[in-house]
Design a protein around this ligand. Structure first.
Ligand SMILES: [Zn+2]
Length: 89
């Protein structure tokens, strides 16, 4: 049910983060699913509704503006992000 919303969000506006982005489960630039890439190094590059938006360290973070608006905030651990996401869905 939620995936339909995610798809229409994506069609309506590219700048609107999907639920998985807001949950910090995917890179907001290349959409790598961190649940399938648990070793990926992530940076907090933005916030949305008080949640962290993450991008891969390097090119993605730069494209997301992470170098400009860099926060020193560490991302929540992946297990915690997955846990929260699953608790909400
Ligand atoms: Zn990425």
């Amino acid at each position: 049910m939620y995936s339909h919303d995610a798809i229409s969000n994506r069609r309506r506006s590219r700048s609107e983060p999907t639920e998985e982005m807001v949950a910090g489960l995917v890179c907001i630039v290349c959409r790598t699913d961190y649940r399938r890439a648990p070793d990926a190094v992530t940076l907090v590059v933005a916030h949305h509704s008080g949640r962290q938006l993450l991008a891969c360290e390097g090119v993605c973070a730069r494209m997301a503006g992470g170098a400009v608006h860099s926060t020193d905030e560490p991302p929540l651990p992946l297990v915690e992000r997955v846990h929260r996401y699953e608790a909400e869905h």
